[in-house]
Ligand binder design. Structure first.
Ligand code: AKG
Ligand code: FE2
Length: 226
């Protein structure tokens, strides 16, 4: 497969601007006094480990332009709009059926963004732009990385380890009220027992490797481009 697949389908500035203008809030970085809550307590947040077959993960990785993965300092991104290249289109098949029926009314994703994170990269705390409809689905590839959900008004936080091949879905409060971020750092603290995320004593510093994500979204019906 070649990079040509992507040349025509790469949507330009609209989404770059969207990300820059995203509802980014400056959040108190000292979260040591915040309460760590379990993922299940966040309404509208669902995590599905091992969601994608390895062969689909590999096919998608291999079809992407090699240039996306080069360089070590800052991650790159690629915006796609329908029609997606075939292996990416197949990601619709792995969305939970109740999510597809209840949130997306049985319609497939319209916009996707592929983002590469090298060690040290991240994404600041934000809510996705209102031009995107309810329901955001994020698949993870190549390696594991921690995403942090935060509710500053209640000083609540939740670290979610996004494993390679996993899917995380945000809808309702998880999409509109909580912020999500990937801290800019070279590794993550992960707990040896997943039960005990909050206790520093049994956490291990795990250096990051290159990861990429594919975020699948729909555009709100009344959104006008341009
Ligand atoms: O790369 C990720 O896992 C998160 C991406 C994200 O939050 C976004 O593009 O809005
Ligand atoms: Fe986001």
């Amino acid at each position: 497969m070649t990079d040509e697949l992507f040349d025509d389908s790469c949507e330009e500035n609209e989404f770059d601007q969207a990300l820059q203008e995203a509802d980014q809030e400056s959040v108190d970085q000292d979260v040591s006094s915040w309460t760590q809550v379990p993922l299940e307590s966040i309404t509208g947040l669902s995590y599905y480990p091992n969601r994608l077959p390895l062969d689909l993960q590999n096919q998608i990785t291999n079809v992407l332009p090699k240039g996306l993965f080069s360089g070590t300092n800052s991650g790159r991104q690629l915006h796609l709009y329908v029609p997606f290249p075939e292996p990416i289109q197949r990601l619709n098949n792995y969305l939970p059926s109740e999510f597809l029926s209840d949130v997306w009314k049985n319609q497939p994703a319209e916009a996707s963004i592929i983002q590469v994170y090298n060690p040290g990269d991240g994404i600041i705390p934000h809510k996705d732009l209102d031009m995107f409809a309810d329901g955001v689905a994020i698949y993870s590839f190549l390696s594991d990385m921690t995403m942090v959900f935060k509710l500053p008004s209640k000083k609540l936080k939740c670290d979610v380890r996004l494993q390679k091949g996993s899917l995380v879905v945000m809808r309702g409060p998880a999409r509109y009220e909580w912020l999500h971020e990937i801290p800019f750092r070279g590794g993550d603290w992960i707990s040896s027992s997943s039960q005990d995320n909050a206790t520093a004593s049994n956490q291990t510093w795990t250096p990051r490797n290159q990861r990429f994500s594919i975020t699948m979204r729909r555009i709100v019906e009344n959104h006008t481009f341009g």
